[in-house]
Design a protein around this ligand. Structure first.
Ligand code: PRP
Ligand code: ADE
Ligand code: MG
Length: 219
């Protein structure tokens, strides 16, 4: 099949009726849990999959249709906001860190909702001034991430957001940069987790994902 043709997700890959509970976190407020569960069903239905993009063997998960529909876009940001509000033992983040590029689609809106700063992690060579740099591997390649020195103050509480966690390489590198800045990492938030790649095992802070996918895949 051409990589320009999206495929339907089988019903067996729709395990999202209940929120993913992170061990050690308090249980959710019941009405928020119900709201989150119904939002997740709508978000799941919007995702599209493209086989062999950007390279053979990769089943690409396209999150962009969410942003075409303003009601879904709103539902996404509300879902992430609800999660952050009901987790972290009552600690609200001072800073939301978003990863270039798709993390920029959600990070600033979430930061505004939470009354937090937004700070970008960018790919090497895009940020002016002194930067910290971290190399990383991802599902389909290698890259370098950077943050501007001083963009997080020592001790500030940070949540890292991105669209997808695959191998966890990108998120782990962002976590290293936050650590180099002296930030205190409360956790990670993703729309979708490719569980078969076990990316969360690379991360040193609690991980929340709205949706899980590609459970049957092994390579
Ligand atoms: O868990 P990993 O294996 O590190 O992969 C996940 C990352 O890969 C994609 O980013 P990518 O840099 O490919 O594209 P983007 O610039 O469109 O965000 C995705 O948006 C995540 O950031
Ligand atoms: N399978 C995938 N689909 C979309 N983005 C990704 N980033 C890493 N792996 C991905
Ligand atoms: Mg990305």
């Amino acid at each position: 099949m051409s990589h320009s043709t999206p495929v339907d997700r089988p019903a067996s890959e729709s395990p999202d009726a209940a929120p993913t509970q992170v061990a050690g976190q308090p249980s959710a407020h019941p009405s928020r849990t119900t709201e989150l569960a119904s939002l997740k069903i709508r978000l799941r239905a919007a995702l599209r999959q493209f086989p062999d993009f950007p390279s053979p063997g990769i089943l690409f998960e396209d999150i962009l249709p969410i942003f075409i529909d303003p009601t879904l876009h709103e539902a996404l940001i509300r879902s992430l906001e609800l999660h952050v509000l009901q987790s972290g033992n009552g600690q609200k983040p001072d800073v939301i860190v978003g990863l270039e590029a798709r993390g920029f689609l959600i990070g600033p809106s979430l930061a505004l909702r939470l009354g937090a700063s937004f700070v970008p992690v960018r790919k090497q060579g895009k940020l002016p001034g002194p930067c910290e740099t971290q190399a990383y591997d991802k599902e389909y390649g290698q890259d370098f991430f950077q943050m501007q020195c001083g963009s997080i103050k020592p001790g500030q509480k940070v949540v890292i957001v991105d669209d997808i966690i695959a191998t966890g390489g990108s998120a782990a590198a962002a976590g290293e940069l936050v650590k180099k800045m002296g930030g205190s990492l409360l956790g990670y938030v993703f729309i979708l987790e490719l569980e078969f790649l076990k990316g969360r095992d690379k991360l040193q802070a609690p991980v929340f994902t709205l949706l899980a996918g590609q459970e049957g895949k092994t390579t």
